[in-house]
Ligand binder design. Sequence first.
Ligand SMILES: *[C@@H]1O[C@H](CO)[C@@H](O)[C@H](O)[C@H]1NC(C)=O
Ligand SMILES: *[C@@H]1O[C@H](CO)[C@@H](O)[C@H](O)[C@H]1NC(C)=O
Ligand SMILES: *[C@@H]1O[C@H](CO)[C@@H](O)[C@H](O)[C@H]1NC(C)=O
Ligand SMILES: *[C@@H]1O[C@H](CO)[C@@H](O)[C@H](O)[C@H]1NC(C)=O
Ligand SMILES: *[C@@H]1O[C@H](CO)[C@@H](O)[C@H](O)[C@H]1NC(C)=O
Ligand SMILES: *[C@@H]1O[C@H](CO)[C@@H](O)[C@H](O)[C@H]1NC(C)=O
Ligand SMILES: *[C@@H]1O[C@H](CO)[C@@H](O)[C@H](O)[C@H]1NC(C)=O
Ligand SMILES: *[C@@H]1O[C@H](CO)[C@@H](O)[C@H](O)[C@H]1NC(C)=O
Length: 665
Amino acid sequence: MSNRSSSRGRMVRHMFFNLLLLWSLIYDVYITGLTHDDPKEQSWNNQNLDSVPQDLDVRLRRLDLSNNFIRQLHTLVLPRLEQLDLSSNQLDLISEGAFENLARLEELNLSRNALNNNLGSNSKALRSISRLTSLDISMNGLSDNAAELYLRNKSSLDQLKMTGNTLTRLSHSLFQESKGLRAISIDDNLISVIEQGTFEPLSQLEMLNLAKNNLAHICDFKLHQVKYLNLSRNSVEFFVTREDDQSYRLEILDLSFNKLLYFPIVPKINSLKYLDLQNNMVGTLNSEAAMVTEANSLFSEIMNETIVRKNNLHSIWRQMPLIYLDLSYNHFRSFPLETLGLLSSLETLNFSYNCLQNIIWNIRNYSDSGNRRQLFFSSLKHLDLQSNGLVYISQLFLNALTQIDTLNLQDNSVQLCAFMDHLESSESTQRINHNTSCVAFEQLQTLKHLSLKENNIETLHPNTFQETSLVSLNLARNPHMVMHVSALDGVQTTLSSLIISETNMTSSDLSLPCMPALTLLNISNNYLDVIPSSLSCSPLREMDIRNNRFVSLNYSLIHALSVHLNVVYISGNYFNCCDSKWLKTLNELKINLPDITETECFSGDSRVKMTDYLKSSSVYCVFHRKTQEVHIVQMFIIASFVFVIITVFIVFTRKLCSTERSFIV
Ligand SMILES: *[C@@H]1O[C@H](CO)[C@@H](O)[C@H](O)[C@H]1NC(C)=O
Ligand SMILES: *[C@@H]1O[C@H](CO)[C@@H](O)[C@H](O)[C@H]1NC(C)=O
Ligand SMILES: *[C@@H]1O[C@H](CO)[C@@H](O)[C@H](O)[C@H]1NC(C)=O
Ligand SMILES: *[C@@H]1O[C@H](CO)[C@@H](O)[C@H](O)[C@H]1NC(C)=O
Ligand SMILES: *[C@@H]1O[C@H](CO)[C@@H](O)[C@H](O)[C@H]1NC(C)=O
Ligand SMILES: *[C@@H]1O[C@H](CO)[C@@H](O)[C@H](O)[C@H]1NC(C)=O
Ligand SMILES: *[C@@H]1O[C@H](CO)[C@@H](O)[C@H](O)[C@H]1NC(C)=O
Ligand SMILES: *[C@@H]1O[C@H](CO)[C@@H](O)[C@H](O)[C@H]1NC(C)=O
């Protein structure tokens, strides 16, 4: 009885909603005159709502109810609604029929709610909307079971976000009813197991984000279809793909912040362009050869091969179209020349924060002929070697960088060689083959950007950078550096940015050539008191002279520079208030002085804020003039006093003499 009446009730309700729908469509046509391209949207974001507002416009296409306190969701009748945002509420109960009358709903955002409750009712509600293309159920405390229930009847689902839940195990039934998925994010969960067949049937899957989980081993990567795979911040110790002849579409692989000991063994036929291995333990084994052997035997072990047949790692890496490789924060003590030399498309290599100390050219030869094997990094443009404790870099390594554009050697201990003319080429070859511990840049003819910051460089010899194409050079924080007068010869016409801060230089230590391309100069944190007048050659746009010993700046030089100047940093000097024509010029020309409020000038014994001084400069310099006047008056008084005393003395002695004489006479 009760069953039948309830079903009758449902039927009546259904008819009622259908009528309502019909009415709304007619109304819509009537009102908008058949113009359907007029999207209606309404936002109730952050309105302290504790329930869905009544009397919502039935024509709504987008409804934003995010950031409220809604706890329950009952039937919504919005037949045209396409997007519904209920994120950041306290939703824990959705009525079974809540979505039944949202015939056009495609995007549903339920993130940041409490949908780990009332699974029965909630999952029935979610099951009724199979048209959904995008679903966000992140941050709901969902368990494996809840996630599976919520993904039923989702054949149109394209995008799924389940970030920040408590999933631990992905089973092959999880995506059984959502096989059209193209993008899945299940990052920041507790996943440690992925069953066989979980992702394989999702033939459209391109983007898979599993970052911040507990995955430890990827022993059998099989996802041919995936283009983007993020496994960052798991505990992955190795990544191995079984050898097959199928092509994989993988382009981006992020394995950063894991526990890899070896390079990953990726699919043989792949499209990998971007590989992030930063913050792992690759290179812990002493030599490259040992590491390659270990990786290959692991591979054979996983493939159940009894004998190690060949160098799988190298034969796969040779075919990899990799453009970007990040190996920063690993444990390399030697540079893996033979492995990285295989990557003929590699443009950017980040090798910062390892423990290299030396880059030695110790390539094994293929034959016994004794000829050294040729090896070039023929596409490498950007090489970051920061913070490796480097003392020695083989000249043969530098010679192999035939396309190098940017070289970062910051925070190492390299010394620079003196330039050798090609006329002395026999000598220079000799030097190159010699195991000297200085670095020569003359073979790096494509080099444009070089950082030698923080290397304890002792001498910058004449023509050090000759034959390079340097555009920017950073020599900062080399506190003992002696810079030869012609150190920059050869690059003075190409240099556009020069940083010589924190080198403890005085003005007599620093002489710069005429640099007609220089637009940025940083000479901050030194002991300079004169700006090199050769800078009048340069179209400087930005200049940093902070924290030096400047008392004044050469007015005619500043005037000449002001044509191009844009920004000047000047604080931390000992400027004389009364010798500041240069500053007034900069100020009047509205050149940006970002640290002017921290800048001071000195007038007599007083310290004046530069901004105050600029407001009423006469006051401070009149004061200065007054003290001078006081001096003059004092001197006048003293002089007059002395004059009077002398006069009195003379008159007195004369009188005395005359009286004496008169006495005698
Ligand atoms: C859902 O809403 C949250 C904000 O509450 C937002 O960060 C997230 O990107 C949205 N999800 C989708 C798929 O747009
Ligand atoms: C799946 O969704 C459709 C509507 O899109 C609905 O008719 C059907 O009943 C749903 N299936 C289940 C098992 O809920
Ligand atoms: C992978 O995920 C991490 C953590 O969420 C993120 O920082 C990183 O940018 C992602 N990697 C890529 C290549 O998108
Ligand atoms: C290399 O990695 C370090 C640390 O991860 C980072 O700070 C630096 O910007 C990276 N360099 C390049 C050229 O991407
Ligand atoms: C070159 O010098 C480095 C460091 O000084 C040293 O470790 C290496 O053994 C030398 N190589 C040769 C071939 O002498
Ligand atoms: C100049 O170098 C110093 C480091 O000595 C740095 O703090 C400052 O930001 C640099 N100035 C500019 C304009 O980049
Ligand atoms: C360079 O200057 C800094 C700061 O003034 C000082 O601590 C350091 O001892 C100086 N070094 C040398 C070699 O003069
Ligand atoms: C000031 O700069 C000009 C170049 O603009 C130079 O000729 C002159 O010698 C400089 N004066 C001083 C005192 O350095």
